[in-house]
Design a protein around this ligand. Structure first.
Ligand SMILES: NC(=O)c1ccc[n+]([C@@H]2O[C@H](COP(=O)([O-])OP(=O)(O)OC[C@H]3O[C@@H](n4cnc5c(N)ncnc54)[C@H](OP(=O)(O)O)[C@@H]3O)[C@@H](O)[C@H]2O)c1
Length: 274
């Protein structure tokens, strides 16, 4: 079965790289299209057997599963171009959180699913957030779950927690990378340690931390208890972090909620969705 990708930007190409590396799919079974053709050509230079569709009609003719890997703001311009070529058997798979399953059903006259990936999937790890339309059969669902399981841990989520779940799964790696970067900058600015060394030490610390949690040696609280000896150096650091973080991450989640609501409203207005 051939699989189509509309949009070969950051996430579209990440999914293709990972699915090929995991041998979930063969190069010759991938059909791509991108607004700026050069980006698709660049991907084909890496994977010569990938097929670049000449237009959306060709892509829909060749593929039953089609991943929509464009930014939410580009969905209004692309959707009318694909609708005339969709049959009831196509499965349009959106990877973006602001477009709900309900909206996808309104937009496309076929089966729809939402698979929200994470950059962590590039290492065949992390989760994908999965939701299906009732138009999908159990066979469709099983096949799609098996497909995404090859590169991630699929998690089923309710619509009311989609946003916060995607903040954690998809945005979380960038949030924690940002904090790690600031951690490194702090060490470099206040001590003789160089940036390269601080980055190496921080990176191996983060990998080790992930392994400890993965293997279940500690939970987040028990790990802190273990390292933080009363009256010791870690304790001073943690007390300072507690002060620095103030109200904690509530405001971050409030801001992402606002941004999500704005994007959702804009899309609903553009498409006159309910
Ligand atoms: N970044 C993440 O970690 C992450 C995680 C989960 C979900 N997502 C979701 O992934 C989606 C894509 O994000 P991204 O970071 O990959 O964006 P991106 O790098 O901008 O890629 C989007 C691609 O879609 C192409 N495109 C736009 N309109 C098109 C059309 N009508 N036909 C064909 N191609 C079209 C763009 O082409 P051009 O080359 O012309 O710009 C671009 O290459 C977003 O909806 C985002 O919410 C992202």
């Amino acid at each position: 079965m051939k699989i189509g990708f509309i949009g070969t930007g950051s996430m579209g190409s990440m999914l293709i790289d990972t699915l090929l590396e995991a041998k979930t799919i063969k190069e010759e079974d991938i059909v791509i299209i991108n607004r700026t053709i050069e980006k698709a050509i660049k991907l084909k230079e890496i994977y010569p057997a990938i097929h670049i569709a000449s237009d959306i009609e060709e892509l829909t003719r060749q593929c039953r599963w089609i991943f929509i890997c464009v930014k939410p703001k580009d969905i209004p311009s692309f959707t009318p171009t694909v609708i005339p070529y969709l049959s009831r058997e196509h499965v349009m798979i959106s990877i973006t959180s602001p477009v709900s399953i309900h909206h996808l059903e309104e937009l496309f006259p076929c089966k729809v699913a939402r698979i929200i990936p994470s950059i962590l999937n590039r290492a065949q790890s992390g989760s994908t957030l999965v939701s299906f339309s009732s138009r999908c059969t159990s066979t469709d669902e099983e096949a799609i779950i098996s497909f995404v399981s090859s590169i991630s841990r699929p998690l089923f989520i309710d619509e009311n927690v989609t946003r916060v779940s995607s903040d954690i799964v998809s945005c979380g790696p960038a949030f924690f990378a940002f904090m790690a970067q600031r951690f490194i900058e702090g060490a470099v600015s206040e001590t003789p340690l160089g940036e390269k060394e601080a980055t190496e030490l921080t990176t191996s610390m983060l990998i080790g931390l992930g392994k400890l949690l993965q293997e279940g040696y500690y939970t987040l609280p028990t790990l802190q208890e273990r390292v933080c000896v009363p009256g010791g150096i870690t304790g001073v650091g943690i007390a300072h972090l507690d002060q620095l973080l103030g109200e904690g991450f509530g405001s971050l989640f409030r801001l992402t909620e606002e941004k999500y609501a704005t994007e959702k409203k804009k899309l609903a207005q553009e498409f006159q969705l309910k």
